[in-house]
Design a protein around this ligand. Structure first.
Ligand code: TGC
Length: 386
């Protein structure tokens, strides 16, 4: 939340440490991201040079303990994510793929050797990670994956394709989920392994300051030590998706808040018929409706974050936050664009960029439809999928 958007005294719900962390990330976004994001977005550049800076701020794997990670709380992780996404969803996505997906997979399910080898380097930003679950024909239903790992003596041989994998072309390590004769397993794959190829998907109308890739795995040979030893089955990747989905609850509201504030500022400056737009009742209605949803969205995020820190957050409660906050954020970003009129379709202003990014955010880590069905199942006791 920020002073301009905060109608309910949200800041009073945060500790001094939480506010300090939030403010430092906001200052970083204001000085290092916002001045350049239009260019990165237009030219489809992911600013790799920011990775060491994000690491120095302790934002990579920030909710993990040990291994050079900052050991911050879930609420602090969320606050940081909201600020990053106020800059651009692509930057928050990087921190999420690195910390919530790739590092979490190793942290939760890896061997001591895997943790020691990868987590400190990933926390320091020296090794970028990616998380290969989705496939060209298996998105909402990861159980339909066809990537297969079979045994060859003591080794594993992987074949298959992954799609929409963030950062894969710049990653040093990929967590690849594959079917085996004994169920779904996760593999820690150094991307220099022969048989690994990642190709950025282009052109995109969303997430342009980020990288999403196709991955091809062709007779990729791994030693036994590459398998994540501590999990078998889809609960492995889902346990990591819970982390990433949680971060989105906050991030989406960060994008919405930025879109709203840009529209609010513009409406106070822009004159039509001799008066500022903000003086018109129709504009005030839009501004108030946006602000209400932003305040409610941040409250929801904080409530779920406190539950996560208390160890009581359930996966279906994450679906409440992911579904609601993505849905409201995209409405807010689009509504903010209307206040900017024709100027809102340029990259001089953030709302349409945020709205376009949020098309991806509402789609990855479980679409609106999947989270609706998770909640429909929770309410009715009847699963509409599977
Ligand atoms: P289901 O039979 O219900 O469950 C299989 C096993 O998984 C367990 N499980 C969970 N565990 C932890 N957290 C959760 N949220 C879990 N959900 C399920 C479950 O208990 C079971 O365990 P066990 O021990 O009994 O085997 O599985 P299902 O396939 O029927 O589930 C249905 C559904 C729709 C909920 C699930 O398939 C789903 O969530 N689908 C959406 C998948 C998704 O979010 N895909 C997007 C991935 S994003 C990506 O790959 C790109 S990474 C981002 C980037 O790189 O930018």
């Amino acid at each position: 939340m920020s002073d301009i958007s905060d109608l309910i005294g949200f800041d009073s719900l945060l500790s001094a440490d939480e506010r300090a962390l939030r403010d430092s990330v906001r200052a970083f976004v204001d000085s290092e991201i916002k001045p350049h994001i239009a260019t990165w977005y237009e030219k489809a550049i992911f600013p790799l040079e920011l990775v060491p800076e994000l690491a120095k701020m302790g934002l990579l794997g920030m909710h993990l303990k040990g291994y050079g990670c900052a050991g911050r709380s879930a609420v602090e992780y969320g606050l940081a994510g909201a600020e990053l996404e106020a800059g651009d969803s692509g930057l928050r996505t990087f921190v999420s793929v690195q910390g919530s997906l790739a590092m979490s997979a190793i942290y939760k399910h890896g061997s001591d050797e895997q943790k020691a080898e990868w987590l400190p380097a990933m926390a320091a930003g020296e090794a970028i990670g990616c998380f290969g679950l989705t496939e060209p024909t298996a998105g909402s239903d990861p159980g339909g994956m066809t990537t297969f790992a079979h045994r060859d003596g003591g080794d594993w041989i992987l074949n298959g394709s992954k799609r929409w994998i963030g950062l894969a072309s710049v990653a040093k390590v990929a967590i690849i989920w594959a079917q085996t004769d004994g169920g779904v397993r996760g593999f820690v794959v150094p991307t220099e392994t022969p048989g690994f190829a990642a190709t950025p998907i282009e052109p995109k109308l969303s997430m342009r300051a980020s990288i999403q890739c196709d991955i091809e795995l062709s007779d990729l040979r791994l030693p036994e030590s590459a398998v994540l030893p501590n999990v078998v089955g889809l609960k492995g990747p889902f346990s990591c998706l819970n982390e990433a989905r949680y971060g989105i609850i906050w991030g989406a509201m960060g994008a919405a808040r930025d879109a709203f504030e840009v529209a609010l500022d513009y409406s106070k400056e822009r004159l039509q018929f001799g008066r500022p737009l903000a003086g018109y009742q129709l504009t005030q209605q839009k501004l108030v409706d946006m602000a209400l949803e932003i305040n409610k969205g941040f409250l929801l995020a904080l409530h779920l974050g406190r539950k996560k820190d208390a160890g009581t957050l359930q996966p279906d409660q994450i679906s409440v936050g992911k579904l609601n906050n993505c849905r409201e954020a995209i409405k807010i970003a689009r509504e903010a664009r209307t206040i900017l009129g024709g100027n809102g379709i340029t990259l001089d202003h953030s709302p349409l960029r945020h709205a376009n990014n949020l098309e991806s955010v509402r789609t990855y880590e479980g679409t609106d439809e999947i989270h609706t069905l998770i909640l429909g199942s929770k309410l009715s006791g009847i699963a509409a999928f599977g």
